[in-house]
Design a protein around this ligand. Structure first.
Ligand code: PLP
Length: 467
């Protein structure tokens, strides 16, 4: 046995003892970046002595709202505490009632489907498309019932969904479209920015997103004056708080306390100024990586239809077992070994979501408000069935994602080395086939079940005391 290898050995996978394609000393720049101008913006907010949306004369929050409305091309933007609150507030502003149905994708972050539950609305899950990873208009339409009030359209990983067709079907059925654009800041669909197409739409400003704050934050956008006013009330106890003058403390409707912080708004205002230039550089870096991966038949890279742009929040790659010379049933095991090989080369390939949303315990076991909203009169029994979500299950098993490291506008050299690693793993794929076909494979959702059981037991003791 020898010590750590120096340099890059192109003829041996790092997983099998060769050198890494991505040198260890190539630094991954932190995300979100914090520049001196960001610091100055936060200092400015600190010095103002006004820290919340309820502070009379506070200027950073309205400033961010105006700038975001202009950026997205909408009449109104309302800043809120986070992206999850933004979705609940958007649905609340639309006037959802307990037991109303909201269509959501089976593949997304938990917030998309948890937000309706906070209003006692029923999330109805729709499988995603195997190429775009978004809900197709046809799949949405098939899920519409007489109880459907809204559809939350996620632009997953940054690729806008088929908004014209979705808007048209929603109009036919009298349901509202809410864009969950938490992963798609700045992406365009047929010349329009996401967040300007649905009736009322949402963004997250979490540190992990393409437009970040220095903590938590979210934005709601709409062209409708009434919806905008209702969103403002819902974020602040149902109150209408004047920008100047006395606060009345009258709660007109049931709201939350989901006000944003002025420090975070100030930080994001400066990030927004840099956003167009940084997004352009990110686009160039990512395209260079994807163009090289396009030459490798074993990897299916993200695709962008000609009528839209991609925000590249997450880069998801599927493996194609046929191109590797394997039967289709080896898709999952092949992805697992390719992911391991890439990680050993220095590419942070990892899963995004270990199970489809409807398989999460909060929906499957209905752990919420004592069985509500499913136990409300008239809410149809809709048992969870794995076979209703074949694409989401397949994608979770046969793909891996790159997150965060590619977001920094200076990540170009790093992504070039990632491309080296993809090429190396593809060139040396013969080494992986025997592993893929012989090792036992545990799909991610089964791994998640084990993790879930041990987390729960760790927190609450063994099962009998748990339920
Ligand atoms: C991150 C995210 C959210 C939630 O945003 P938070 O600010 O973390 O609450 C909602 N939907 C999607 C698709 C997300 O990726």
């Amino acid at each position: 046995m020898t010590g750590p290898k120096q340099g890059r050995t192109a003829d041996k996978l790092a997983m099998l003892g060769g050198g890494r394609a991505v040198p260890k000393d190539l630094r991954i720049a932190a995300w979100p970046q914090v520049t001196d101008q960001d610091r100055a913006a936060v200092q400015r907010a600190l010095d103002s002595g006004r820290f919340t949306a309820a502070a009379a004369g506070e200027r950073e929050i309205p400033g961010l709202e105006e700038e975001w409305a202009r950026f997205t091309g909408t009449r109104h933007a309302v800043a809120v505490a986070n992206g999850t609150a933004a979705i609940s507030i958007a649905l609340g502003a639309l006037g959802l009632e307990p037991g109303d149905e909201v269509i959501v994708p089976a593949l997304s972050f938990i917030a998309t489907a948890a937000a309706p539950l906070h209003l006692l609305a029923v999330p109805v899950f729709v499988d995603v498309d195997p190429v775009t990873y978004n809900m197709s208009p046809a799949a949405i339409e098939a899920a519409v019932t007489e109880r459907t009030r809204a559809v939350v359209v996620v632009h997953l990983h940054g690729l806008p969904a088929e908004m014209d067709e979705i808007t048209a079907l929603a109009r036919r059925h009298g349901i509202a479209v809410v864009e969950d654009a938490a992963q798609a800041h700045g992406a365009e669909y047929r010349g329009r920015k996401v967040g300007s197409i649905g009736a009322i739409n949402t963004f997250s400003l979490n540190v992990s997103k393409n437009l970040a704050t220095c903590g938590e934050g979210g934005l709601v956008t709409t062209d409708d004056d009434g919806l905008a006013t209702r969103a403002v009330m819902l974020r602040q106890f149902g109150e209408l708080i004047p920008e100047r003058g006395e606060r009345s403390y009258v709660s007109h409707v049931l709201g939350w306390n989901n006000k944003p912080s002025a420090l975070q708004a100030a930080f994001t205002r400066n990030r927004l100024e840099c956003f167009p230039d940084e997004a352009k550089r990110r686009d160039e870096n990512v395209r260079r990586l994807l163009d090289r991966v396009a030459e490798l038949p074993g990897f299916l890279r993200p695709r962008v239809p000609a009528d839209r742009t991609h925000a590249w929040h997450i880069l998801r790659f599927r493996v194609d077992p046929a191109a590797f010379g394997l039967a289709d049933s080896y898709a999952g095991p092949l992805r697992a070994v390719v992911q391991r090989a890439l990680r050993a080369e220095g590419v942070p390939a990892a899963p995004y979501q270990l199970m489809p949303l409807p398989a999460q315990r909060i929906f499957r076991e209905r752990r919420g408000f004592g069985g509500l909203p499913w136990s409300l009169p008239g809410v149809p029994e809709r048992p969870f069935r794995e076979e209703d979500f074949p694409v989401a299950y397949r994608l979770i098993d046969d793909s891996f994602a790159l997150q965060k490291a590619h977001l920094h506008p200076d990540a170009g050299p790093l992504l070039d080395r990632y491309a080296d690693a993809f090429e190396k793993v593809w060139a040396l794929r013969e080494n992986l086939l025997g592993i893929a076909t012989s090792l036992p494979h545990t799909p991610p959702w089964e791994q998640a079940e084990k993790i879930a059981a041990s987390e729960w037991d760790g927190a609450f003791g063994p099962r009998e005391g748990a339920s």
